[in-house]
Structure formats: structure tokens, C-alpha cells
Design a binder for this molecule. Structure first.
Ligand code: CAA
Length: 697
């Protein structure tokens, strides 16, 4: 028997204990070990029941995802689960930690299920571009009903033991050691002569309107297809005998396994875990982090403060005067109340945070003892430098000084202090207590333990932290500037902002770039454009000015009620602002441009080509260490559709050669903008893809 499963007996119960750290994934040796364990128990004299239990953190976290995309190895999980279910012995699962995907499917193949109160279950396969492929779509509806089963599968959400019990997934909840609980429960079932209870023998569940459910899942998947296919598999559980239902599920599972979406989502799964795992930080101890300060309690500062407070840190916010202090407090309090309403904290935690963990001050002297100070003041170099000079004067040696700048040069900011090794960028995304991304900007002189502390902070705050080097806009905003420019060029040449938003939302972005700009505030991009103009634009730059006119008229997007869209009927009801097209048309006339039509495909292709080309430069220049760093930045900060894995994974999937050809073709119209990234050319010449560089690092 494989060393992943240990076999022991307790009276007439055989115990199969899974030992496959860290999370008991159902790899081939685990499946084989379970199979052999079943054989052995069934062959052994006097054994009447088998109890399956996991060691360590989990029952099972599901199929071994690293095996996906490779030739499947026997025994296959569905066969193993059918074998477990059809055993003549009584089979019990004793669950703790997570039982996810194939892990829950193993439990559903058992005849009874007991769990500790902290256990949770779920079928998260949709997050990998798949559906439950080992009987989950056939067994769960029989236990929990079609509606509940579909909700679990299409959202992939984890369900706690109590809810699992209510849904009929878990038969009994009991606190204590899963092994002892499992034995006692199995013994009781045997003592009471409880019969085997295969879920497949249960009656087929209720019918629903399948086409309607399919369309609904397709729509809410925003381009992702696997949730909709869960509906068809569950339909089979109702309309077909169990065996045929299993076959239908299997077929859909294999079809989904072949899709680009499965590749993209599995890339996202592993990259999300690899992104904060930097070889250069291995073995480096971060500095202690308990007391942190925010300079500035505006939207961004208040958001960062909220995030830190919700994560258990003590936060001091410095503002200029009493009035500003009160405004900062109100913002933070409002964020915390929202967190309380959503159940993230209870009333007691809320009171503790507001009364003990949060302080508001107006005097720099109060910051002398901080572990970390994050500056979130007005985006202007002179203002930032003044803040850093003051912090340098006040703060104890070892305090980390961070800037939340979105674009400015951290090296220049660091040089304004006597301790550049203690300075780094911590670029949060607004609203900072909600958005998952944190760019940890490592400047030339930043000490390794300071960078490590940036990542430690990200972990404490539950963020996805990405290492970025110094350049205008770091990883995310630099790439954003380029693809936004590509969108503006299409507008000058004949597309409308509304056509562009529609095409990109259909591709899978949560919001198109113009709707996003309205949300972020047009004044922000206006300020960036003015700064760049003041620094001097290259005369070859194609610049679109129509948006400046919107700003000059006081239209900054959602916050003023109008931007590219009109929000007078509410933030959610966006209608094209009728003033926008005349401004665009006037600019086209002024520039003697004859507008042409752009189809959705061309819009998406040009937009993503610009994104990929700039991303390849960012990787080539070492601003991002690996392509996956760019992918995670765009996924968690810019709404890139997860089912494509990120722009560079998308590029690998659609083919680098064709993309390079298109970029070279666009360059004939505008050679200055479409300068091909040397890395892209090199990869095509060498017949390699971006993902090869992830593996190499
Ligand atoms: N297969 C292989 N490796 C896995 C894995 C899996 N199913 N689940 C987790 N891991 C690995 C992670 O990659 C990570 O590896 P590194 O340490 O090398 O980075 C390690 O286990 C620990 O994982 P996390 O860092 O994510 O730890 P966590 O405590 O934050 O979360 C978890 C644990 C909740 C189990 C989370 O890892 C998770 O959600 N895993 C995926 C669960 C899943 O999707 N299961 C369904 C699989 S598909 C399936 O089962 C198909 C089917 O129907 C047959």
C-alpha cells in the first residue's frame, strides 16, 4: 500500500488515514493507497466498516491540481469513489479542515459523514475552469436538492459545518479529535445495525427550468463557461439514471479540461500562491510590525488604515488640523461600520478598534516610535519629499518609511532621507480596504528586510503582494497608461468609449476602461496627464485631449454625477453622457482624422496587444521579476478576467507569433506607440512562451 495511506484497525473497523501534506490532495499514490486499503479491509476477517480520515490540516483539499493537463493516471478518482460507495462494508468519512472538490466527492461516496465544527466543505472546481468531475454533480443534488447544489457548484463557495449539516451533506457534527470521533460514530452505526446508505441509491432530485438556469449562470460567469456547464451536469442527475448521469458529468469534465479557460484559471491558482514567494527574500526575517502610521486620512489613507485595523494592527493617522482629523475619523468609521454590517467584525471588535487601536493626531512628534509609516498625501513630489524629510527627522532608527505613490520615483523620495535603505513603495489600490492588490515597490537602496516587511504586511492584510521595481507607474499603472492610450487612439480613429467598454466587458473585464475611469475620478488621470505634459511629451505621442474638456467643465465621473457616463439616476444606472461624442468629434475634425468603424474583435485585440507589449517591456526591464507578477497585478488590481489567467497567460494561449505580427502591423500606422518589446520578439524567435520564464525563476 502507498505510504500516503496508513492502515489500522479498531475492533471491527478498519481505519484509512491519509498522510499527504500539506493539504491531502488526492494524488495518484493517495488514490492507489485508498483503493488498496479498501481491498485489504474487505479481505480481512471480521472487518465490518471502514473509516476514512485525514491527518494534518484537512480531510482532502481535492484532486491534485498539479496532475491536471497531464495524461490521467489510474486509479481515476470517479472509479475510486464508485468503488468506495459500492463496498459491502459500511463506509464513514470523518472530516476536519477542508473537504473540497474531489475531497468532498470522496465523502459523498461514503455512506455516512461526521465532521468537527470547524470543518468546511465545498465544490470549488469552477474556480479552476472545471466542474466537480468525480460524481459531485450527481450525488450532491440527491442530498441537498438541485437549487442548493447548483448554488454551491456555480459559486464554488466554502460552506461551514453547520450549513453543511443543514444541507444534508454532513450527518453529524462533533467537536474533538476527528480520528476518535470517526471511530466512535462508526461503532455506534455498527452497534445500531445501521444499513449502508449509498447516495446513488437516493431518488433523483427535482426538476428546474434548465435552460433558464444555464443562461443565468452563463451571464453571471462573465465569459466563464464552467458554471453554466454545472447546470447541464446537474440536469443529467435528474433526467438520467445514476450511471448515465456520471458519464454525462465525465464528458463535460473532460471537455472543460481541454479549454483555454481551464489553463488560465489553473495558472491563476498557482501564480496567486507563487507571487509573494520570491527567491530573493528566502531566509530574510521581516522587521516587527505592530504600530503603523498613515500620513493623510483621505480616501486612500483611510482605506489603508481600515485594512490595517481590521487585521489587528494599531494605527495612528496624522492629519493637518482638527477638522481634517475629524474627516479622516469619519471615513475610517464609515468603512469599519460597513465591515461590521457585512459581518467581518462584531460589535465588540468594532468598539475595540475605534476606542483602542485607532488614534488620530496632528503632531509628527507622535510618530517617533512607529514600526512603519505609510505616506498617503497629495501626489506631488515636493509635498512627498517634505513629508519624508520630517519623518526622517522624527522616527526612531529602523522605522520603515513607505510611500503610497502611484507613479512617482521612490528613489528620489528615498534620497530625501538619510536612510534610503529603510524606504520603499507600498502602492495600495482604492478602496484599499477592499482591493486585494499591493505593489511592494523595491527601490535601488531598499534593504532586503524592508522589502520582506512589505510582503509581511501584505500577508497580514490579506493582500496579494507583487514585487515591482521603480519606473513611472510601476507595474500596473505603467501598463494601464499604455492600454488606455491604445483605447484613446481607437477613439480618435473612430470608436466610441461606449463601444470599447462593451467589447471589453464582453471579453470578461468587470468594467470597461471608461467606466473604470469614471469610478476612479477623471481628475486623477487629468492630473497625471498634466504632469506628463509639464515634463514634456515626445512630439511623436498621439495625445487625446477631449477628456480634459470634460474635467475643465467639472465632470470628474461618478463623484460629480457625470463623466463618460451620466449617473444622475444613480451610480448603477450608467447612460452614455451625450456631451462626450461631440467633444470627440470636434477633436477628430481638428486633427483631420477620418473616422472608421471598429468591431469588437479588433477593439479587444488592439487593447490587449498594447497591454501585452508594455507588460513584456516591464518584464524585460526587470520591473516585474516574472510574467506571473504582471498577470497577478492585472488580475487583482485591474479587473482582468481570471479565466484568462492574466494578460501574459492570455498571450501564451492565443499565440505570441500572431500577436507580434499584429503589433508590427499596427506599428505601420503609429511606429512610435507600437514599438515592439524586445522580450516578445526574443520569445517568438526562440519558440518559447512567457510561462517558460515563470518556470525558470
Ligand atoms: N492540489 C495540489 N496542490 C494543492 C491543492 C490541490 N488541490 N490545494 C492546495 N495545494 C497546495 C498549494 O498550491 C500550496 O502549495 P505551495 O505551498 O507549494 O504554494 C499548498 O498546497 C498550500 O495551499 P495554500 O497556500 O492555498 O494554503 P491555504 O491554507 O491558504 O489554503 C486550501 C488551503 C483552502 C486547500 C487552498 O489551497 C485551496 O483552495 N486549494 C484548492 C482546492 C480546490 O480547488 N480543490 C478542488 C480541486 S479540483 C477537483 O477536485 C476536481 C474533481 O472534481 C475531480
Amino acid at each position: 500500500m502507498s505510504d500516503k495511506i496508513s492502515y489500522s484497525c479498531h475492533g471491527d473497523i478498519a481505519i484509512l488515514t491519509v498522510q499527504n501534506p500539506p493539504v491531502n490532495a488526492l494524488s495518484q499514490p493517495v488514490r492507489q493507497g485508498l483503493w488498496d486499503g479498501m481491498d485489504r479491509a474487505e479481505a480481512e476477517q471480521g472487518i465490518r466498516a471502514i473509516m476514512i480520515v485525514g491527518e494534518g490540516r484537512a480531510f482532502f483539499a481535492g484532486a491534485d491540481i498539479t496532475e491536471f493537463g497531464k495524461p490521467p493516471l489510474k486509479p481515476h478518482l470517479p472509479d475510486l469513489i464508485n468503488r468506495i460507495e459500492s463496498s459491502p462494508l459500511l463506509i464513514v468519512a470523518s472530516m476536519h479542515g477542508v473537504s473540497l472538490g474531489g475531497g468532498l466527492e470522496v465523502a459523498l461516496g461514503c455512506h455516512y459523514r461526521i465532521a468537527v465544527p470547524t470543518a468546511c466543505v465545498g465544490l470549488p472546481e469552477v474556480h479552476l475552469g472545471l466542474l466537480p468531475g468525480a460524481g459531485g454533480t450527481q450525488r450532491l443534488p440527491r442530498l441537498a436538492g438541485v437549487i442548493a447544489a447548483l448554488e454551491l457548484m456555480t459559486t464554488g463557495r466554502h460552506v461551514d459545518a453547520e450549513e453543511g449539516h443543514k444541507l444534508g451533506i454532513i450527518d453529524k457534527i462533533q467537536d474533538g479529535d476527528p480520528n476518535l470521533n470517526g471511530i466512535a460514530y462508526t461503532q455506534k452505526l455498527l452497534d445500531q445495525n445501521t444499513p449502508r446508505r449509498p447516495v446513488s441509491d437516493m431518488p433523483a432530485p427535482e426538476k428546474i427550468n434548465w435552460d433558464e438556469a444555464f443562461e443565468k449562470a452563463l451571464k453571471s460567469g462573465r465569459g466563464q463557461i464552467s458554471p453554466a456547464w454545472c447546470v447541464r451536469a446537474v440536469q443529467a442527475s435528474v433526467e438520467k439514471p445514476f450511471e448515465e448521469g456520471l458519464e454525462a458529468e465525465r464528458q463535460i469534465f473532460y471537455d472543460l479540461m481541454q479549454t483555454e479557460q481551464r489553463q488560465g484559471m489553473i495558472h491563476a491558482f498557482f501564480s496567486q500562491r507563487a507571487v509573494s514567494n520570491l527567491p530573493e527574500l528566502k531566509g530574510i526575517t521581516p522587521r516587527p510590525l505592530k504600530n503603523i502610521a498613515l500620513i493623510g486620512g483621505g480616501t486612500m489613507g483611510a482605506g489603508i488604515a481600515t485594512s490595517a485595523l481590521l487585521s489587528g494592527l494599531n494605527v495612528t493617522v496624522l492629519e493637518m488640523n482638527k477638522h481634517a482629523t475629524q474627516a479622516a475619523f469619519d471615513r475610517i468609521e464609515n468603512n469599519l461600520s460597513g465591515a461590521k454590517k457585512r459581518g467581518k467584525i462584531d460589535s465588540q471588535q468594532y468598539e475595540k478598534i475605534v476606542n483602542h487601536s485607532l488614534k488620530l493626531v496632528t503632531d509628527y512628534g507622535k510618530l517617533s516610535d512607529m514600526d512603519l509609516v505609510i505616506e498617503a498625501v497629495f501626489e506631488e513630489m515636493a509635498v512627498k519629499k517634505r513629508v519624508f524629510e520630517e519623518l526622517d527627522r522624527i522616527c526612531k532608527p529602523g522605522t520603515i518609511l513607505a510611500s503610497n505613490t502611484s507613479y512617482l520615483d521612490i528613489n528620489e523620495i528615498a534620497a530625501s532621507t538619510s536612510r534610503p535603505a529603510d524606504v520603499l513603495g507600498l502602492h495600495f489600490f482604492s478602496p484599499a480596504h477592499v482591493m486585494k492588490l499591493l505593489e511592494v515597490v523595491v527601490a535601488d537602496a531598499t534593504a532586503p528586510d524592508v522589502a520582506a516587511t512589505g510582503f509581511a504586511l501584505g500577508k497580514t492584510l490579506g493582500k496579494i503582494s507583487v514585487r515591482a521595481g521603480v519606473c513611472d507607474g510601476f507595474i500596473g499603472n505603467r501598463i494601464l497608461s499604455t492600454y488606455r492610450a491604445a483605447a484613446d487612439h481607437m477613439i480618435l480613429d473612430g470608436a466610441s468609449p461606449f463601444e470599447i467598454d462593451k467589447a471589453l466587458e464582453e471579453f470578461g473585464f468587470a468594467m470597461g476602461p471608461f467606466a473604470v475611469a469614471d469610478l476612479a475620478g477623471l481628475d486623477i488621470s487629468w492630473a497625471v496627464r498634466k504632469r506628463k505634459e509639464a515634463e514634456g511629451l515626445d512630439p511623436r505621442t498621439r495625445d487625446a485631449c477631449y477628456a480634459d474638456k470634460l474635467c475643465e467643465d467639472g465632470h470628474f465621473g461618478q463623484k460629480t454625477g457625470k463623466g463618460y457616463y451620466d449617473y444622475t439616476a444613480g451610480a448603477k444606472s450608467r447612460l452614455p453622457n451625450p456631451d462626450v461624442m461631440p467633444l470627440i468629434e470636434a477633436e477628430r475634425q481638428e486633427k483631420a482624422i477620418k473616422p472608421r468603424k471598429f468591431g469588437d474583435t479588433e477593439i479587444v485585440r488592439r487593447y490587449l496587444a498594447a497591454m501585452v507589449n508594455e507588460a513584456a517591456k516591464v518584464v524585460g526591464e526587470g520591473i516585474a521579476r516574472r510574467p506571473l507578477d504582471v498577470d497577478m497585478t492585472l488580475l487583482f488590481g485591474y479587473g482582468f478576467p481570471r479565466h484568462w489567467g492574466g494578460p501574459l497567460k492570455w498571450a501564451d494561449i492565443v499565440g505570441l507569433e500572431g500577436l507580434l505580427r499584429d503589433i508590427e502591423c499596427y506599428a505601420q500606422e503609429d511606429p512610435y506607440f507600437w514599438q515592439t518589446a524586445p522580450l516578445l520578439k526574443r520569445l517568438v524567435a526562440e519558440g518559447r512562451v512567457f510561462d517558460d520564464l515563470n518556470k525558470a525563476n
